[in-house]
Design a protein around this ligand. Structure first.
Ligand SMILES: Nc1ncnc2c1ncn2[C@@H]1O[C@H](COP(=O)(O)OP(=O)(O)OP(=O)(O)O)[C@@H](O)[C@H]1O
Length: 235
């Protein structure tokens, strides 16, 4: 495998029950420093594909190869998951412990992330008391804390205010500068068009177009079209 490819996924068939495939023949690759956008309408199979990559599907005929990367990846789920009895800081601490981070490095990075996402004041609060956006920020902070080679992010934008979106995009840009690759599913097509290097457009569990924006435009027969226009034609 090309050493610039950090994640190579080939899904033949996958789903929630044996024999009932929700995904068919989907290939995904994430390159060093690049962002691959996984796009598609509601129910297309984006979250299912990400769950497959994480090994969370009961039925999956697929291969996942972290070839050029160490096995360090971070998954940011669409719906925040947290421990009711742990504060924000304790969640960060737990992640640091799981990833065997150096204590000083954790303190420094943890504090910087709290500041970046404007969450310093609530660091000792329980996430139960957080708004939807604050919970989403906590999930993003947990991802960024461990500095993985590959980020797998499921619809990060819903719930984030414009400032938090900007902070998130800045951090993502820094991480890509460090060489991390990102696979991100989203519906926010104008942002996706600006930030993604490669796109995989799926509908009803199948790929309808993939490649660069120009590849997508070609398949949609819209040489000047926006991603939104192409999405509209193809799905
Ligand atoms: N836990 C589940 N058990 C059984 N079927 C499921 C489950 N989760 C999703 N599905 C089905 O799998 C298909 C793909 O759903 P998925 O959640 O992957 O779509 P998505 O592209 O992420 O949609 P959205 O944009 O709405 O989040 C749908 O037909 C959905 O009904």
């Amino acid at each position: 495998m090309d050493s610039n490819v950090l994640l190579e996924v080939a899904i033949q068939e996958a789903g929630y029950e044996p024999g009932i495939a929700k995904l068919h023949n989907i290939n995904i690759s994430v390159k060093r420093g690049k962002l691959t956008g996984l796009l598609g309408p509601n129910g297309a199979g984006k979250s299912t594909a990400l769950k497959g990559i994480l090994g969370l599907l009961p039925f999956a005929k697929m291969t996942v190869d972290y070839g050029g990367a160490s096995d360090k990846y971070a998954y940011v789920p669409e719906h925040p998951v947290f421990y009711e009895t742990l504060t924000l800081w304790e969640h960060l601490s737990l992640a640091a412990a799981v990833y065997d981070m150096d204590e000083n490095e954790f303190e420094e990075l943890g504090r910087a992330l709290l500041e970046k996402f404007r969450m310093t004041e609530v660091r000792d609060h329980l996430p139960e008391s957080f708004s939807k956006g604050m919970r989403q920020k906590m999930m993003l902070m947990l991802g960024f804390l461990v500095k993985p080679d590959v980020y797998i992010v499921d619809e990060p934008f819903i719930g984030l205010d414009p400032r938090a979106t900007k902070d998130f995009l800045e951090l993502l840009e820094e991480e890509r500068g460090r060489g991390a690759g990102v696979l991100m599913s989203t519906h926010v097509l104008d942002t996706a068009e600006k930030i993604c290097d490669d796109f995989i457009l799926i509908s009803a569990g199948k790929v309808v177009a993939s490649g660069t924006i120009d590849d997508i435009r070609e398949v949609a027969s819209l040489p000047e079209g926006s991603l939104f226009d192409c999405f509209d034609v193809l799905t």
